[in-house]
Design a binder for this molecule. Sequence first.
Ligand SMILES: CC(C)(COP(=O)(O)OP(=O)(O)OC[C@H]1O[C@@H](n2cnc3c(N)ncnc32)[C@H](O)[C@@H]1OP(=O)(O)O)[C@@H](O)C(=O)NCCC(=O)NCCS
Length: 180
Amino acid sequence: MGEFKLETERLILRDWRSDDLDDFHRLGEDPEVMKTLGPLMTREQSADLITELQRRASRFGHTFWAVERKNDGRVVGFNGLVRGKAEQIAGELEIGWRLASDCWGKGYATEAALASVEWARQSCPDRYLISITSVNNVGSRAVMERIGMRRVKERDFDHPALAEDDPLRPHVLYEMELNR
Ligand SMILES: CC(C)(COP(=O)(O)OP(=O)(O)OC[C@H]1O[C@@H](n2cnc3c(N)ncnc32)[C@H](O)[C@@H]1OP(=O)(O)O)[C@@H](O)C(=O)NCCC(=O)NCCS
């Protein structure tokens, strides 16, 4: 199978490569990025996450792909589609994103997410696409709203992978119809 590649005006969503770790780890060690996600990551944890995302790409044909910026070739984060892991969303098609903090406020997450949605529409049989985030993650919720997702309040949940007293535990769920 050839390398996955999805192009937008300013970005390329593509398979992860072994030399992406330096760029990707900039996110894991940045307190601004990790504020809404959890503890800072070690370099080894960033490498493990890349491996996990590569594993998902081979298993499912999609993943949270590396997002490369066209004008300088830097990997500025990830964007794409996975199958939900937490029991409340198990197996559902889930869209997600993460960007280096010096790349916020440029519309990259929205631009990449719109391409992921379009790809999902053509490639996945699912009727619905969902997205989840901590209730206070206004930046991520704004991306969901910009790409046309709507909150399904009845599906709010506490993320089972997070401790009971973790302020990031309460999650909201957004959805959009992908296929009729
Ligand atoms: C969630 C996250 C990706 C959102 O990043 P973002 O920069 O706010 O979102 P976008 O890339 O879509 O950019 C939108 C912003 O760029 C502005 N913008 C500037 N140029 C733009 C352009 N050409 N096109 C569109 N928007 C543009 C928009 O007005 C908007 O600004 P605003 O936030 O002041 O309203 C980012 O905050 C992040 O990585 N957070 C940490 C990780 C995380 O929480 N991930 C989600 C876990 S569920």
